[in-house]
Design a binder for this molecule. Structure first.
Ligand code: ADP
Length: 238
């Protein structure tokens, strides 16, 4: 019943939301007359919030579909991980609000192509970076690090936020789980970002591990196979 309910609600929310996004697009494109700079700025914000709402609805729908035995559409092929990170950062910057947080990829040496699904990788990075920014109370630093280890590439999203107590780490990938589940909790969210991350990783051949210390911050490391053409010739399997 719960799965069915989630599926019906998210389907029903999707239709009016698509119309809202479409109408705002007509306004921002100037198809129904000129907008003033102040109006254009407000329309941009309406559009950003509507897109965020749309991706939340899509996440809930996807969870319901997978729970009901559906599969995630993904096609695994060579993907440029840095390009994916650079596409996601502007979306996260728009969600940083007034907090003083730097969000930076750490670039040392060549970053190889990896095997994955580009769209899924962007959604995964969005959820990890969104959490990284959300769980830094006022000011701090978020980095994205890349490290090749033989046939694998690690992509780590590290934050200087509140951290996760040891006894809760095991549960954070469960649907709707939040360490602080009180209604008056300080940080928003539905507790589904990491469930979606886990589902997308399972569908696209990636893994994830978490290291965290309360008060110091968290590190979420994704591991993907390096794309074969980007391995040194002697380690390729023919
Ligand atoms: P949401 O962020 O919407 O609550 P998630 O599934 O993304 O849902 O995360 C589940 C829970 O894991 C969060 O509510 C939070 O308690 C914890 N968590 C996830 N990422 C972090 C992080 N970077 N720092 C601290 N806690 C985190």
């Amino acid at each position: 019943m719960k799965t069915n309910f989630l599926s019906i609600v998210s389907h029903e929310l999707r239709t009016p939301l698509t119309s809202i996004i479409g109408f705002v697009h007509l306004l921002t494109e100037g198809r129904v007359g000129e907008t003033s700079p102040a109006q254009a700025d407000l329309l941009k914000r309406v559009s950003q919030h509507a897109s965020h709402l749309q991706s939340m609805v899509n996440d809930v729908l996807e969870i319901a579909e997978v729970e009901a035995g559906g599969i995630i559409n993904a096609s695994v092929q060579p993907v440029d991980p840095l390009a994916a990170v650079l596409r996601v950062i502007p979306k996260i910057e728009a969600r940083r609000g007034t907090k003083q947080i730097t969000i930076e990829p750490v670039l040392q040496g060549r970053i190889p192509m990896m095997l994955g699904d580009a769209h899924a990788l962007e959604r995964i990075l969005f959820h990890l970076l969104d959490n990284a920014v959300k769980f830094i109370p006022h000011a701090g630093r978020v980095t994205i690090e890349f490290q090749q280890r033989e046939h694998d590439l690690d992509v780590t999203v590290a934050d200087s936020g509140i951290g996760i107590p040891k006894e809760n780490v095991q549960r954070i990938f469960e649907h709707f789980y939040q360490v602080d589940f009180r209604l008056e909790r300080a940080y928003g969210g539905m507790g589904i970002g990491l469930s979606v991350v886990k589902m997308l990783l399972e569908a696209t051949g990636g893994r994830i591990r978490v290291e965290s210390s309360v008060g110091l911050g968290s590190r979420f490391t994704l591991t993907y196979p390096v794309s074969v053409e980007h391995l040194p010739a002697e380690s390729r399997v023919n």
